[in-house]
Design a protein around this ligand. Structure first.
Ligand code: ATP
Length: 339
């Protein structure tokens, strides 16, 4: 059984198809990054998983529990960290966490212990008496994470937790996420900072216009082994650097991507090492005086843009939604936060 399972999920806001036929599964104990442009449908999907909104059609499960049919079970299993959350004026960090621990039903010594544990984990002990609305962005995010962890959830859903953090605060947050992943928690995290997601996620889920356009691990995406983007090489030559682009123009399967000081960046389809070896030997045989030839990693931004470019060009059409949704009666907005 997967930790998260989303099947044929739709969420329409009037005519707007915010989530438009989404399917994915995330195994237990893995970290999955949820990537997409502004308005792509990340928050809407996450809010449905967090039992804060209802799907127009389709289903979403957390550890086998349906978010619509069994919201109380789901809320026990998840920790939800929204992109924005309000702090209470005149409530210290300690009082804030204690308040939520009470709301969760913890009592006496157990409550004090839970609050103490999350404060230690999120390094909030020195800030215990600080008013919660007077914290920096990084401290506020740690407080939000502490709140989400109070009931020791199995699954953590984090919407843009790194947004607005300075580099040091981002490193701290990344460290905390890594520790939680090592403890075996399933973490579903959205972010625009793709390079950071790549470092800490087992898989990346790309969403565009409410549709999943790719699900794969970061390394294969960067290399292009998922059949997207091909393989990139940096080629440097002795002599006229333009010799590289001139040579590429004559090759049917070699794309000259960009000029560089001593040659250029080139691309061939696929991921076959034998093709790379052939490429190099052909270059040398045909007179290019190659002094450097090495494979380059694409970064995740390259990969994402490649995927979107191929979809726009009709090369990787996204499968049509499996069912034309019958729009049911408007789902009642769930305005309660999960406990
Ligand atoms: P961002 O990265 O900017 O947070 P996102 O990928 O999280 O974007 P969503 O917040 O899920 O995107 O929004 C998807 C689309 O649905 C957007 O066009 C948004 O304006 C719209 N939308 C979201 N919530 C509502 C709502 N309650 N009513 C109407 N439209 C909404």
């Amino acid at each position: 059984m997967s930790a998260l399972k989303v099947h044929n999920l739709y969420r329409y806001f009037g005519p707007l198809k915010a989530v438009n036929g989404v399917d994915f599964e995330i195994p237990h104990g893995s970290v999955c990054g949820f990537v997409g442009a502004n308005g792509a449908g990340k928050t809407t999907t996450m809010r449905i998983l967090a039992t804060l909104d209802y799907p127009t059609l389709g289903s979403a499960e957390v550890c086998g529990h349906d978010v619509v049919q069994q919201p109380a079970e789901v809320r026990r299993l998840i920790g939800w960290m929204p992109d924005h959350f309000g702090n209470y004026e005149h409530m210290t960090v300690l009082e804030y966490l204690d308040f939520y621990a009470r709301a969760l039903g913890y009592k006496g010594q157990e409550r004090r212990q839970r609050v103490e544990e999350v404060m230690e984990f999120t390094d909030l002990v020195p800030l215990a008496e600080r008013f919660s609305n007077k914290l920096s962005k990084g401290m506020t995010q740690r407080l939000g994470l502490g709140r989400a962890l109070l009931h020791d959830p199995q699954v953590l859903i984090m919407d843009e937790p790194a947004a607005g953090l300075d580099p040091k605060a981002r490193v701290e947050l990344k460290h905390l996420i890594r520790v939680l992943a090592q403890e075996g928690k399933t973490i579903f995290i959205s972010s625009h900072i793709l390079s950071e997601l790549g470092e800490m996620c087992d898989s990346l889920l790309f969403i565009n216009n409410g549709r999943i356009v790719h699900h794969g691990d970061a390394e294969s995406l960067k290399r292009g082994t998922d059949g997207v983007g091909g393989s990139l090489f940096d080629v440097q030559v002795d002599g006229d650097p333009q010799a590289v682009s001139d040579w590429c123009v004559l090759q049917p399967n070699v794309e000259f991507v960009e000029a560089r000081k001593h040659g250029g960046r080139i691309r061939i389809p696929g991921d076959d090492p034998a093709a790379a070896a052939d490429l190099l030997s052909r270059m040398v045989r045909e007179g290019l005086r190659v002094i450097e030839f090495h494979r380059e990693q694409r970064n995740l931004e390259d990969a994402f843009i490649d995927i979107l470019g191929r979809i726009d060009a009709g090369l990787d059409p996204v499968a049509p939604p499996p069912l034309p949704p019958q729009i049911p009666a408007a789902a009642p907005p769930a305005n309660q936060e999960p406990t």
